[in-house]
Design a protein around this ligand. Structure first.
Ligand SMILES: Cc1cc2nc3c(=O)[nH]c(=O)nc-3n(C[C@H](O)[C@H](O)[C@H](O)COP(=O)(O)OP(=O)(O)OC[C@H]3O[C@@H](n4cnc5c(N)ncnc54)[C@H](O)[C@@H]3O)c2cc1C
Length: 298
């Protein structure tokens, strides 16, 4: 029996073949994933992961696809999406347990409903809890890792385990969470406070985003800020605002954003990234490092 039929037989969640990843990424580019698996719940996720391991099929977990560029040749193996299986929220005093598939905006909103503050910095980051924890998403001086107490994880055989935050090595836009681990749930500790004040702060932060960042299809900042400098400023100084490859271009409003138009390809985005890197290095001697992740078949 082929893997698709086996998953269909043994799981009730959604299983698709040759699913275009352009439909699951913020940039709107990316070729097909061989398999696209949305388990119904946590048990089914474990079963699905065990089946993939038995069949020797690699997997990639995707959140909202807001920090990834999927190559045009797509993804060999399976893409797992957890927005359905792990969309849970539980609260006990100042401690929240949030499922990896939950959207950050809903997490922030629900926290404020319970007069818990500390996540406002993340307003406007269009990721899931899982994606934010993996990359230690942050903004305005805050990082999600700073509020995490522990994370429940699953390994590539379907076994679950927990790690305390101090063992996860959260630092600037990165963590030590292995590529083979699936983030299931995060335990988050927040401060008691005035929810309405939190919402006012969010309105300010979103206003600032609107003033400084472009609207349109992007993956947020493409490059990490090098020590003591802003990647956007280096790109701007190299005169690269508006630089275009096919349907991808460097934003005029914020040079660290690449925007895509309908019909753009991942190759357009990746070629543009390469050109920006080369020209910034030539101009300022700085080698920019990627903040977004390029995934899929080379
Ligand atoms: C307009 C815009 C603004 C942005 N602003 C910011 C910002 O201010 N600060 C910031 O930090 N980022 C920002 N981003 C980038 C992005 O939104 C964040 O990095 C976000 O946390 C990614 O979450 P995601 O669910 O989309 O993850 P994805 O892009 O789907 O995945 C990111 C990584 O996490 C892994 N992953 C996802 N879920 C899991 C899981 N459950 N288990 C294991 N691994 C997992 C993926 O395999 C991948 O390696 C912005 C993006 C956009 C489009």
């Amino acid at each position: 029996m082929d893997i698709y039929r086996r998953l269909m037989k043994e799981m009730e969640g959604e299983i698709r073949r040759d699913e275009p990843m352009s439909a699951h990424t913020w940039l709107g580019v990316g070729g097909p994933a061989d398999l696209f698996v949305s388990p119904r719940d946590r048990d089914e996720l474990a079963r699905g992961v065990a089946i993939l391991a038995e069949e020797g099929i690699p997997f990639l977990v995707i959140g909202n696809g807001s920090n990834v560029v999927v190559r045009d040749k797509g993804i060999r193996g399976a893409v797992l999406t957890l927005t359905r299986a792990l969309n849970t929220f539980a609260i006990d005093g100042r401690i929240i347990r949030a499922g990896a598939g939950m959207g950050l905006s809903r997490l922030i909103d629900s926290s404020l409903d319970h007069s818990l503050r500390g996540l406002e910095f993340a307003a406007g980051i269009p990721g899931t809890v899982g994606g934010a924890v993996k990359v230690n998403a942050g903004s305005h001086g805050g990082e999600i890792g700073g509020s995490i107490r522990s994370v429940d994880l699953m390994d590539a055989s379907g076994e679950t385990f927990a790690r305390r935050a101090e063992d996860l090595g959260f630092s600037y836009r990165t963590s030590l969470i292995s590529r083979d681990w699936i983030i299931l749930e995060a335990e988050i500790e927040l401060e008691e406070g005035d929810g309405e004040e939190g919402r006012r702060r969010i309105a300010e932060l979103l206003g600032e985003r609107r003033r400084t960042q472009p609207t349109g299809r992007s993956a947020g900042c493409i490059f990490r800020n090098p020590k003591g400098a802003a990647a956007g400023m280096l790109i701007d100084r190299a005169g690269l605002k508006g630089l275009r490859v096919g349907g991808a271009r460097v934003s005029e409003r914020h040079a660290n954003f690449i925007l895509t138009e309908p019909g753009a390809s991942a190759d357009d985005v990746i070629d543009l990234i390469t050109q920006v890197r080369e020209q910034v290095e030539r101009r300022s001697g700085v080698e920019l490092e990627l903040e977004v992740e390029i995934v899929g078949q080379d």
